[in-house]
Design a protein around this ligand. Structure first.
Ligand SMILES: [Zn+2]
Length: 270
């Protein structure tokens, strides 16, 4: 159902000319930050390009923060923030992304896989294999002031799991991250962006405060936050177009999803 009565009223100009003032905050999705030479899934952005993108955001009055901070600020009516998320917990976050974030005064949410510490992205059938954060490195990410969230234990399509397996992926990953960082994570991110009502309900039951999707469509809610995938190709004009598109699509208030029970799966990466 439509949630924002001011949106798309016939005869009135588009309401999202200043997208960062929208009611649905903007959250960007990154994965790996390193050299982009071999990148069949388009999940890698170079450190230099990340810096350019953060500069572009700052030029528009937006500073990158983790999703928990973004949600709190948004609820308090504070604007001028954009969510930065890094999925899969690639080890390059510490060496490549973190220094760039610091230069730009940003923080971020890193969604890690505590069931694959020090492993690789085996779930991608094509290479290249990219190392994942070890347990000690996850601790360092938290110690650096970043929000650590859960991407489940093993990067599985949660809609295909039994209730018991689903509970293990959500509850156990939360416990493990809590043991590592001393803070039970507030955020969960659906592997592949895939979820349905059963999965998002399990995330809520596990104690998380929000869930990140990619393109949740009508299932949009606090447990299915839309995000925008950012690629190496995204520079000023392309980012502006993505910002505007997000504002037009997701001006709705979180929690106003439809009753559709079909899984939402993004066509984009991972
Ligand atoms: Zn992922």
């Amino acid at each position: 159902m439509a949630a924002d009565p001011s949106a798309q009223r016939p005869g009135t100009p588009p309401p999202r000319l200043r997208p960062h003032t929208r009611r649905q905050p903007w959250i960007l999705t990154y994965h790996s930050v390193t050299d982009t030479g071999d990148d069949p899934y388009g999940i890698t952005v170079s450190p230099r390009r990340l810096g350019e993108q953060l500069s572009w955001l700052r030029g528009r009055g937006l500073r990158g923060v983790g999703v928990s901070e973004l949600m709190r600020a948004h609820a308090a009516g504070r604007r001028g923030l954009v969510g930065l998320t890094f999925d899969d917990g690639y080890a390059d976050f510490l060496q490549e992304a973190l220094p760039v974030l610091r230069v730009h005064g940003c923080t971020a949410t890193v969604f890690v896989l505590p069931g694959r510490p020090g492993g690789v992205n085996e779930w991608d059938p094509l290479g290249p294999r990219k190392p994942l954060l070890t347990l000690e490195e996850i601790r360092r990410v938290a110690g650096a002031g970043m929000e650590v969230g859960s991407h489940g234990l093993l990067h599985q399509d949660l809609t295909e799991l039994s209730d018991e397996e689903l509970r293990h992926e959500t509850v156990r990953s939360r416990e493990l991250i809590g043991e590592l960082t001393g803070v039970l994570p507030e955020g969960f991110c659906y592997p592949y962006g895939t979820f349905d009502r059963r999965v998002s309900a399990a995330v809520g039951s596990a104690g998380y405060g929000y869930g990140c999707a990619l393109a949740p469509g009508p299932l949009i809610s606090r447990f299915a936050l839309p995000r925008t995938h950012v690629s190496q190709a995204d520079r000023g004009v392309r980012l502006w177009a993505k910002d505007l598109r997000h504002g037009l699509r997701h001006g709705a208030v979180p929690g106003a999803g439809s009753r559709s029970g079909s899984p939402a799966r993004a066509g984009g990466p991972r």
